[in-house]
Design a protein around this ligand. Structure first.
Ligand code: ADP
Ligand code: MG
Length: 386
């Protein structure tokens, strides 16, 4: 198995960061301002803004082709922006060469140098910037301790397991203490259990050392587990930047609600709006939910409800407001999928809804006619603009 990492060394000496302006000490480690990238008529990234604070782990998450790698490559200096500026540690880096930028990189597709020992691989970024031999030795020793592999210094990459190689790749991306470490799907080639293990290891080391990381993945679970904040991308744009829980519970767009986790979608017409609460007519039901964007009475809208937020009341079929959000439905199917059980429900309006609940021995499988209920908090209303 081969992994890619290439660290881009700092040109300046080790004291360069100490002499950085005072703004660099308090300001963001990375700032992307109005950055776009156009290839011919097509935007790989539309004007985007993003800031990373010292010690933050931020993940670019989005479907394939949404612009994640393009944004990362522009920060690394490997792709030239069409517009906008990039600041690294308080300095404009937009026109700097890759090797002049204070970043480390860990990518899936660059292998470790096979003809170099582990020690030589890790030392590479330091040697590139002309660090003294003694300093290189110390830094390599220190980082090998940090990744808990002090004894593999003289081995060659082919003599290491996949997980060990990946840790060496990680060591090489941080050995020169860059302001920001950029990682593009570094775990995509690993099998599930090693990937889960490496996710924890990278996160732990990042927190221990206070490293600032911009990470790329298309795997929502990976993004949710590892990140302080997620930058959700879609069709060359940033959709929302938020902590994982905020993105999950308060997605600002239909795309965000659908991409992260699972959501049931119901169509309706806005009946009335009161602040952030909307009342919506769906078939014969009047439903109440949290309005996530601007919408006016009479407009079409969508309601998003997560399967785990749905409760089923057996043996009744209500659609009256006295019972809160209530939709009459019939149970179409029920399966125990392990810790979670899943019920498919067909509403009278013909929509198929999914409901999930923790599996318990005592609960009888739902059957026949039921009332589907959910709280107004768990019902997100999106107007046409979302
Ligand atoms: P992601 O990493 O999210 O999968 P990319 O940043 O690689 O997405 O690509 C974003 C979009 O830009 C895609 O539509 C891709 O085809 C396009 N793109 C990327 N690089 C180039 C290039 N060198 N020339 C033309 N189009 C490109
Ligand atoms: Mg990519």
């Amino acid at each position: 198995m081969s992994f890619e990492t290439a660290s881009i060394p700092r040109v300046e000496g080790a004291n360069a960061s100490a002499s950085a302006s005072a703004a660099a000490l308090t300001g963001p480690k990375l700032r992307v301002s109005g950055v776009s990238k156009r290839y011919g008529d097509v935007y790989a990234l539309k004007e985007s803004d993003l800031e990373l604070r010292q010690g933050e782990f931020v993940t670019l998450l989005g479907p394939s082709g949404s612009g994640k790698t393009t944004l990362l490559m522009m920060i690394a200096g490997l792709v030239k922006p069409t517009s906008g500026d990039i600041w690294i540690d308080g300095r404009v880096a937009t026109h700097q060469q890759p090797y002049e930028r204070d970043v480390g990189m860990m990518f899936q597709s660059y292998a470790l140098f096979p003809h170099m020992t582990v020690g030589e691989n890790i030392a590479f970024p330091l040697k590139m910037k002309g660090a003294l031999k003694e300093r290189v030795r110390e830094a390599v020793d220190e980082v090998l301790e940090q990744i808990k592999l002090p004894s593999v210094r003289n081995r060659f990459p082919a003599e290491l397991s996949g997980g060990q190689q990946q840790r060496i790749a990680l060591a090489r991306s941080i050995v020169h203490r860059p302001s920001v470490v950029l990682m593009d799907e570094p775990l995509a080639a690993l099998d599930k259990s090693l990937r889960t293990h490496m996710q924890m290891e990278i996160r732990q080391l990042q927190q221990e050392l206070g490293i600032t990381v911009l990470y790329v993945t298309h795997d929502q679970e990976e993004a949710m587990t590892m990140s302080d904040r997620i930058c959700l991308m879609n069709e060359a744009r940033i959709e929302q930047v938020a902590a994982p829980s905020e993105l999950y519970f308060s997605p600002r767009t239909v795309f965000a609600a659908g991409f992260l986790g699972e959501s049931n979608c119901l169509h309706g017409i806005v009946e009335s709006v009161d602040g952030t609460t909307a009342r919506v007519r769906h078939g014969g039901c009047l439903l109440e939910g949290r309005l996530m964007n601007a919408a006016k009475a009479g407009e079409a809208c969508r309601l998003m409800v997560r399967p785990e937020a749905i409760r089923m009341v057996a043996g009744q079929r209500h659609a009256d407001q006295a019972h809160g959000n209530a939709i009459p439905a019939d149970v179409a199917a029920h399966v125990i999928g392990g810790a979670v059980s899943r019920t498919s429900l067909r509403t009278d309006s013909g929509v198929l809804l999914a409901a999930t609940q923790l599996t318990t021995r005592s609960t009888a499988a739902p059957a026949g006619g039921v009332t589907v209920t959910f709280s107004a908090q768990d019902c997100l209303v999106f107007g046409a603009g979302a």
